[in-house]
Design a protein around this ligand. Structure first.
Ligand code: PLP
Length: 402
């Protein structure tokens, strides 16, 4: 594999703590610990919380952290400064984005999504529909049928750009344009896009977007989510979760709600200061990284992985698009014993994950994974399959988290 990138991937690899003997192919689920995070969190604890106590809200900039960190994420997803804010979880941010989008299109009742969307997005839509009680309905079509299903009944097109199971990627620009032509707004879930591939929300004309930061952005377990509101909607978007931190003047303690300026109104409650400090330090990794390089390298590595697996593990069936341009930064394979196989792999230091009913997922993240590691991982996979090493009772027993 030729390395034709400007980004120093050897340098970025050195920025991650990955235990000796582990090949980590699960950065699409939980990114590894970047250098600098531990010290930064220790400093936040000792020098900020420990020393400044409540004065930290002003002196250490805790109150403005959601917008500051939001601007750093914005750079990675093609969003202008001041259009992204951090906080809560992705489920909450999807709820907020969807509620605001529906309110901006009040004469329509259809939320269009696809059967590949992540369940929490669909559950959030169901819950919001029940809460609103205005006769909205959620329509689901196959991912390939989305474009044709966009018509003038659709209020909001709500999609996850990259499918969490297969890695199949929607064309955000095309579908957004199609939605707008039909008078619909868009809500994009970027969980498997942010940090995985170039995203250009502004160029695509997306209305709302949200994503998590514990996957490709390496912010740590439970790291706060982000929400994007297109500047053209920012002062009209109605935050359904009208918390005090999204108020125009939280410390005026008004008895009634007035939305804050722009995307700040999407803040809800007290920001998770320590988690945001960890994420802020984790984002340093991206200084000097070119997203176009990430994409080129990711496609080349994923292609290599597919070629190696298909040559050495014929029992596995590719569950991801073969065309790199139609994939995110993960590769999935199907096998009826996928769960046990993944358990056996993890026991041998190759960490991926499993998604029901039969998908083995491998996240391929050029920041810290290279061709040699992929070849070594496939060798382990081949050994596990050839020797049926997965066929042990403990590997069949499902853990709480798969
Ligand atoms: C596409 C997608 N959306 C939403 C979520 C859930 O987000 P959270 O648990 O942070 O609310 C996930 C979690 O993996 C996801 O992959």
């Amino acid at each position: 594999m030729t390395d034709f990138t400007q980004t120093d991937f050897k340098g970025t690899r050195a920025l991650f703590r990955i235990p000796e003997g582990v090949i980590y192919l699960d950065g699409n689920s939980l990114g590894p610990l970047p250098a600098g995070v531990e010290q930064r969190v220790a400093r936040t604890l000792a020098e900020e919380w420990g020393t400044r106590l409540i004065r930290g809200w002003n002196d250490a900039g805790w109150m403005t952290q959601p917008g500051r960190v939001g601007d750093r994420v914005a750079r990675l997803i093609g969003a202008p400064p001041g259009s992204v804010v951090m906080g809560d979880t992705l489920s909450i941010k999807i709820h907020q984005a969807l509620a605001a989008a529906l309110a901006l299109n009040p004469d329509r009742r259809v939320i269009l999504s696809d059967t590949g969307n992540f369940p929490t997005d669909l559950y959030m839509a169901e819950g919001l529909i029940a809460t609103l009680g205005q006769g909205h309905r959620l329509e689901l079509v196959e991912p390939e049928a989305v474009e044709a299903a966009i018509d003038d009944h659709v209020a909001v097109l709500m999609l996850t750009e990259v499918d969490y199971r297969s890695g199949r990627k929607h064309d955000m620009a095309v579908l957004t344009a199609r939605a707008h032509a039909a008078g619909a707004l868009t809500v994009w879930d970027l969980a498997h896009s942010a940090g995985a591939l170039p995203v250009d929300l502004a160029a695509a004309g997306a209305d709302f977007a949200a994503g998590c930061t514990y996957k490709y952005l390496n912010g740590g377990p439970g790291a706060p989510a982000f929400i994007y509101v297109a500047p053209r909607h920012a002062d009209a978007a109605r935050p359904a979760l009208s918390g005090w931190m999204g108020h125009a003047a939280p410390f005026a303690f008004d008895p009634s709600y007035r939305p804050g300026a722009g995307v700040e109104r999407m803040r809800v409650g007290t920001p998770p200061v320590i988690a945001l400090a960890a994420l802020d330090a984790a984002l340093d990794v991206w200084d000097g990284v070119d997203m176009a390089d990430i994409r080129r390298q990711s496609i080349a590595l994923c292609d290599l992985f597919i070629t190696e697996v298909e040559a050495r593990c014929p029992e596995l069936a590719l569950a991801s698009p073969r065309d790199g341009a139609r994939r995110g930064s993960q590769v999935s394979f199907r096998h009826p014993q996928g769960y046990a196989i993944m358990r056996a792999l993890i026991d041998r230091g190759v960490i991926g994950d499993f998604r029901a009913p039969d998908i083995l997922r491998f996240g391929i993240t050029p920041l810290y994974i290279g061709a040699d590691e992929l070849r070594a991982a496939v060798a382990v996979l081949e050994t596990v399959l050839a020797g049926r090493l997965w066929d042990r009772p403990d590997y069949h027993r499902k853990a709480t988290v798969t």
